[in-house]
Design a protein around this ligand. Structure first.
Ligand SMILES: *[C@@H]1O[C@H](CO)[C@@H](O)[C@H](O)[C@H]1NC(C)=O
Ligand SMILES: *[C@@H]1O[C@H](CO)[C@@H](O)[C@H](O)[C@H]1NC(C)=O
Ligand SMILES: *[C@@H]1O[C@H](CO)[C@@H](O)[C@H](O)[C@H]1NC(C)=O
Length: 435
């Protein structure tokens, strides 16, 4: 009885929250759109980047869904932004569906190049940006509105040998400039600006597995044009940085950014709000933007080609591939965060950790030593430590065994003595029983 009452009370307050949220939601949408535009980032694309922002819908129309490289339907499965999430009914809840280019994408058909913005930074034929506003409460703190600016590029070009930090570049003597590794079809990048009381407080820049944050008023970190933050998109990878020049990521690879061409992403964009409680996206103004595609669980490009595929190549030892799988979409980019950075930490990666260690010691102690020698030296050191460990364990075993045996013997002797004592002293045995 009490349980049921409590339950319905809970339900009632839950219901109230939902109703309240929907009202807030309706009231907020237009408002959000305004300051989301006023403070929206401006993007400098690299002067030599061939792969420009791309129309999200065109990308879907140029691809067909595949699972394990196989078409998932007998006939042609035409999809657009209003029914893309129907693919969640295939495979593992859609997560293993890959939007695969109909043409061989490694021949670079025109559509993967996207559209070059005009002098004013505007795109005319391509909606390559989705703005998503998320209002939520930071537990124990305040209510914030996080506005995500998602940028879409049909092609991600990975780095080539000129982008490997010395001396690591000496590990790949056969690689030529222009031979890019880490490419993939489909590239989602983003900035996020946090607003408190409609004022921006900080901005997040996505790059590769991680990202970085600038406090809004920190001029040493963030530059602005008027009120708008300026963002630099690295050549090929489109990783976002707050400054131009070279940026080292993962200790080993260099991203290059410059003031090439300006792109104003919100001149042509879809605007949404996202409700964390119901996990739903709503067009900021009804009917202005398709929402269905945002629920797609799958991947926005070809699946990583198998090693047997003639297009695929692998960097020896490091396992770096020429082509990777396309990424998944905006809803997977941690739309609800405590801070500006995504909450979760990246997974442990041995190679990355070793590279980090190596680069840390390089400046002081490893300069001038061929990196391969360091690797071999490390392996020898590791083997020595393991061998020493095993040998000493072997040597110590008889001694340890003997010691354990003596202890056991002594204990048995003591216990026997105790029992004998008790037998000789019945009163003490009784006291023990009571205790
Ligand atoms: C998706 O929508 C498009 C355009 O309305 C239509 O041509 C297509 O048949 C639809 N596909 C599916 C699988 O429903
Ligand atoms: C399918 O994926 C969505 C989003 O990741 C998740 O919310 C849902 O619970 C999943 N459904 C099943 C049956 O796994
Ligand atoms: C937009 O598309 C039309 C028709 O396909 C084309 O004529 C025009 O040149 C395109 N404009 C830009 C800026 O790409």
């Amino acid at each position: 009885m009490g349980g049921r009452l409590q339950l319905s009370k809970q339900w009632y307050s839950h219901f109230r929250v939902i109703v309240l949220c929907s009202f807030l939601h309706l009231g907020l949408s237009a408002q959000i759109a305004q300051y989301a535009v006023d403070y929206a980032p401006l993007i400098w694309l690299h002067s030599d980047d061939q792969y420009m922002p791309s129309d999200i819908k065109e990308h879907v129309l140029r691809t067909a869904p595949r699972i394990d490289f196989q078409r998932i339907a007998d006939g042609p499965l035409r999809l657009d932004l209003d029914n893309l999430s129907s693919l969640n009914g295939y495979g593992k809840n859609g997560t293993n569906v890959f939007l695969t280019a109909v043409e061989d994408v490694t021949t670079f058909p025109g559509w993967v190049l996207g559209e070059t913005p005009d002098e004013d930074g505007a795109l005319h034929n391509s909606t390559a940006c989705a703005v998503v506003a998320v209002q939520h409460e930071i537990p124990g703190k305040q209510t914030v509105v996080d506005v995500f600016y998602f940028y879409f590029y049909s092609w991600n070009e990975g780095g080539d040998i000129t982008q490997v930090v010395p001396p690591l570049n000496r590990l790949f003597p056969d690689s030529k400039p222009g031979d890019h590794f880490g490419n993939h079809l489909g590239d989602w990048e983003h900035n996020m600006i946090r607003f408190v009381d409609e004022k921006p407080v900080g901005i997040y820049f996505s790059h590769h597995a991680g990202g970085e944050v600038c406090v809004w008023d920190d001029e040493s970190c963030l530059s602005k044009r008027g009120e708008r933050p300026v963002v630099f998109s690295a050549r090929g990878s489109h990783a976002n940085y707050p400054s131009e020049g070279s940026h080292i990521h993962d200790d080993a690879l260099i991203d290059i950014a410059d003031r090439g061409r300006l792109w104003d992403p919100v001149k042509l964009a879809y605007f949404y709000t996202y409700d964390p409680a119901t996990e739903t996206f709503t067009a900021a103004e009804p009917g202005t933007a398709p929402t269905d595609w945002l629920y797609f669980n799958g991947n926005w490009g070809d699946q990583q080609y198998q090693d047997s595929d003639p297009r695929q190549q692998t960097v020896p030892y490091f396992g770096l591939k020429k082509y990777y799988s396309g990424p998944n979409g905006p809803k997977f980019k941690r739309l609800v965060r405590r801070g500006l950075m995504p909450d979760e930490k990246g997974k442990f990666n041995l190679i990355k950790t070793l590279v980090h260690w190596y680069m840390g010691w390089y400046g002081c102690c490893l300069k001038g030593i061929n990196p391969w020698l360091v690797v071999i030296g490390l392996l020898i050191a590791l083997a020595t430590v393991i061998t020493l460990g095993v040998v000493s364990a072997r040597l110590a075993r008889p001694a340890v065994k003997a010691w354990v045996q003596t202890r056991k013997d002594r204990q048995t002797k003591e216990e026997t003595a105790e029992v004998q004592l008790r037998l000789l002293d019945p009163e003490r045995a009784d006291a023990d029983d009571e205790a």
